[in-house]
Design a protein around this ligand. Structure first.
Ligand code: FAD
Length: 306
C-alpha cells in the first residue's frame, strides 16, 4: 500500500494496518483490511474518503458491519469505518420536526433516544442494529415501515470532498434497495440524514418499543449473525423456502441456519466466511431446483473469498 497515502490518511484520522474485520462485523468473520481508517467526525469521514479516492485507492465505507459478509481474504485498499455520532435537533419543521443525524449513528439507538425524548415515527427501528448510512443504502425497515417513510434528504461527500444535499426521491428507495445498491449513485459517501419525527407520548413509545423487543426476542436467534440473509420474494418469506428445502438447523463447518428463524445464519464459534457462503449457495441451489426461484441476497458479500 502506498506509504504516502497512509501518511496522508493518518493526518486526517486514526489508521490501523491489517485490521481484522472479524472484530467489526456482526457475523464475527472476515479477514484483514489492508488500511483501516476510523472516522469519528463528519470532516474525518469526508476528507478520508476524498483522500483515498484522490489516490485512486479502492475505497470501502464500513458502517456497523451488520449487513455484510467479509471474505476470509479481507479487503484490499482503504476501508473507512464510520463512527460519526452527531445528532442535531429535533427542530420544528412545518407540521413536524426534523432531526439531522450523522450517518454513523445506530438506527436502533436513535429510535430509542428519540422515543425517550418524546419523538415518534421511527420507534419501529429500535431493533435495527446498523448505522444510518447503512440503513439508507438498504432502505432498512421493519414492521411494514422503512426509512423511506421518514427520510427527507441526505448529505453526501464526493471524491473531491464536496458536500451535496440529495433529496429522498433521488435515492430510489425500495424494499432493501436504493440507488446505491443498484450502482446509480457511485463514488459518494453518506455523511448525514435528515429524518422527520413527530411529538408523541414517551410512555406510549416505550410500550411500543417493549412490544417490538419482545417480538424480536421470540422470533430471532441471539448470537453472531447478519440478520436476514435473503430478501423476501413476493409469495412466501425466505425463511419458508429455506425450511421447505430441509435446511432448518443445517450446519456447514461452524455456520448453521438457525432453528428458530431459518433466514438467519449463525456463526457458532469459529465459522469462516467460506462456511457461510457454502450454506447460502446450498440454499440458493435447492430453492432454485425445488421452486424455480432465484432468491436475492440481502447480505452483501465483500472482499476476497479465496
Ligand atoms: C440482528 C440483526 C437484525 C437486523 N434486523 C434488520 C431489520 O429488521 N431490518 C433491516 O432492514 N435490516 C436489519 N438488519 C440488517 C442491518 O442492520 C441493516 O441492513 C443496516 O442498515 C446495515 O447498516 P450497517 O451500518 O451495519 O451497514 P454495513 O453492513 O456496514 O454496510 C452495508 C452497506 O452499506 C454501505 N454503507 C454503509 N455506510 C455507508 C455510508 N455512510 N456511505 C455510503 N455507503 C455506506 C456499505 O459500503 C455496504 O455496502 C439486521 C441485522 C442484524 C445483525
Amino acid at each position: 500500500m502506498n506509504e504516502e497515502l497512509i501518511e496522508a490518511l493518518s493526518d486526517i484520522a486514526e489508521v490501523r494496518l491489517d485490521e481484522p474485520l472479524s472484530r467489526h462485523a456482526t457475523f464475527g468473520v472476515g479477514g484483514p483490511a489492508d488500511v483501516y481508517v476510523i472516522a469519528r467526525t463528519e470532516d474525518e469521514l469526508r476528507l478520508a474518503y476524498a483522500k483515498a479516492r484522490a489516490h485512486e485507492a479502492a475505497t470501502f465505507i464500513y458502517g456497523s458491519g451488520s449487513n455484510v459478509l467479509v471474505g476470509d481474504g479481507g479487503i484490499r485498499g482503504v476501508t473507512i469505518e464510520n463512527r460519526t455520532s452527531e445528532v442535531e435537533g429535533p427542530a420544528q419543521n412545518g407540521a413536524g420536526y426534523k432531526v439531522r443525524v450523522a450517518s454513523g449513528v445506530s438506527f436502533a439507538t436513535l429510535a430509542r433516544r428519540m422515543a425517550s425524548a418524546g419523538y415518534g415515527g421511527i420507534e419501529w427501528a429500535c431493533g435495527i442494529p446498523g448505522s444510518l448510512g447503512g440503513a439508507v443504502v438498504s432502505n432498512a425497515g421493519a414492521y411494514d415501515r422503512s426509512l423511506k417513510d421518514v427520510l427527507k434528504s441526505v448529505r453526501t461527500g464526493d471524491a473531491d470532498g464536496n458536500v451535496a444535499t440529495v433529496p429522498t426521491d433521488d435515492l430510489h428507495l425500495e424494499y432493501r434497495r436504493s440507488a446505491f445498491t443498484e450502482g446509480a449513485l457511485a463514488d459518494i459517501v453518506l455523511l448525514s440524514a435528515d429524518l422527520h419525527v413527530d411529538e408523541a407520548d414517551p410512555s406510549e413509545l416505550r410500550a411500543r418499543i417493549e412490544e417490538f423487543d419482545a417480538d424480536r426476542k421470540a422470533s430471532q436467534p441471539p448470537g453472531r449473525n447478519c440478520g436476514s440473509v435473503f430478501k423476501n420474494p413476493p409469495d412466501h418469506p425466505s425463511w419458508w423456502y429455506v425450511d421447505q428445502v430441509g435446511l432448518r438447523s443445517h450446519r456447514i463447518g461452524n455456520a448453521q441456519f438457525s432453528e428458530l428463524h431459518t433466514n438467519f445464519i449463525l456463526n457458532l464459534g469459529d465459522a469462516t466466511a467460506r462456511d457461510i457462503v457454502q450454506l447460502i449457495e446450498l440454499a440458493e441451489a435447492r430453492i432454485k431446483e425445488q421452486f424455480d426461484i432465484d432468491l436475492e441476497r440481502e447480505v452483501a458479500l465483500i472482499g476476497e473469498f479465496e
